[in-house]
Design a protein around this ligand. Structure first.
Ligand SMILES: [Zn+2]
Ligand SMILES: [Zn+2]
Length: 198
């Protein structure tokens, strides 16, 4: 048996307003990843719209309200779902894009569970420029981030924001619920992520 007190675990997020405590290490879990979050208003769970081909994710809301944007694979329009205290939401592996944030006025307390604990195959809702496959895989290595088509192996390298130069653009839903790319720094919006020539 392993028992932990969440208050005794240190947050490792490094971002203002985002308190993330990883329970998996202290609990010695082998088949599941568990993170406890306290998110200040206006912050969110890590990442823009993404899906895992090899991992299911569950979010349990303890206090406050979580707002998730979701987009089914191959669909042009997504939807926004609000999950309140005492509720939970699951995202199945494979092509169910999602992104969660605290858009309320108060703190959000939630537990995020992922199984298996590690995901090797993360996808974004970007159509392959070569073969039109409806998502691309995110590869992270010493060269940085590369988008790879799982079908034809075409590779694209994302550029920084064309407006402010910030890296790490995120997919999100725009007004009409279609997927766009948004800069987390200056909020500039693009229909497709700016890409670099290789
Ligand atoms: Zn392709
Ligand atoms: Zn920007």
């Amino acid at each position: 048996m392993k028992r932990v007190t969440i208050a005794d675990i240190e947050s490792d997020s490094g971002e203002i307003g985002i308190d993330r405590r990883r329970l998996s290490g202290p609990l010695n879990t082998t088949d599941v990843a568990i993170n406890h979050y306290r998110l200040a208003p206006g912050t969110g769970f890590p990442g823009g719209l993404h899906s895992h081909m090899d991992q299911e994710e569950v979010f349990v809301v303890i206090k406050g309200e979580a707002t998730f944007e979701t987009l089914a694979s191959g669909s042009d329009t997504g939807e926004t779902v609000t999950v309140g205290a005492g509720e939970a939401i699951r995202f199945a592996p494979g092509g169910e894009f999602h992104s969660g944030a605290n858009e309320s006025d108060g703190d959000l307390l939630a537990v995020a569970i992922g199984a298996p604990p590690d995901s090797e195959d993360v996808r974004i809702p970007l159509e392959c420029p070569e073969c039109s496959h409806d998502d691309m895989r995110v590869r992270m290595d010493e060269e940085g981030v590369t988008f790879v088509c799982p079908d034809c192996d075409t590779e694209c390298v994302p550029r920084a924001c064309l407006e402010c130069g910030r890296e790490e653009m995120r997919f999100a839903l725009a007004e009409e619920n279609q997927a766009v790319v948004v800069c987390p720094n200056c909020s500039a919006e693009f229909d497709r992520p700016p890409l670099r020539d290789r």
